[in-house]
Ligand binder design. Sequence first.
Ligand code: PGA
Length: 247
Amino acid sequence: MRVNYVLGNWKLNNQRKDIDDWLEVFKHTAKAGVRVGVSPTLGYLDYMSGKCEGLMVGAQNVSEFDQGAFTGEVSAAMLSDLGVSFCLVGHSERRQFFQETNEKVADKVKGLLSHEIIPVICCGESQVEYETGQAKEVIGAQLSAVFSRLEVSQLSKVVVAYEPVWAIGTGLTATPEVAQEIHQFIRQFAGDFFGSVAAQSLSILYGGSVNEQSAAELFAQPDIDGGLVGGASLKPTSFMQIIEALS
Ligand code: PGA
């Protein structure tokens, strides 16, 4: 049985007052097999830690380096020290604006795993790549850089998030059929590296304009194990409905 996740990506949003207001409304109900978390910006990880029982706190980025003269960075060891449970890597906004290459993503995944933080490995094709039928090729290249450096026993300790770039923040959600086809491809691709039994243990989340209307149909697909939610996670009531859709 794989773990299901609903994770919120708050991006560059939410200061202390907003976090307090969010927590005031958000009621976390524990559900078997479902893990729920949110990722505030780095500066608020400590503030969020332990504020809501059962709600995991995650980071949006980590350095590929352990320590040293890397101004502005944060290491996996530091995230672990702050009690962080998961960390996004390779988000398309970081690939686009901060030169996060497939190799850097692979280094970050290794660092996080060595500190027992769950890497949430984001992958996905751009609009042009989607329209020209290159989605699987692009995703394959993004994931093979990471998978080629993992042991089979580590597959159940990572999460993959399929986030088509054209669906992020645009209000254009992939249809459940399109998303399922890519999720199935990702699972098969993992199977090519680690065997089909191990690939069944991999949690694969969908991200890209998930909201309370689209969540249930997406989550009903056999290879979709939950969601990575941006905009809708900023509204606690929407986020709660999305979690509800995963039951
Ligand atoms: P969105 O963002 O839900 O606002 O499209 C998702 C993400 O970037 O992780």
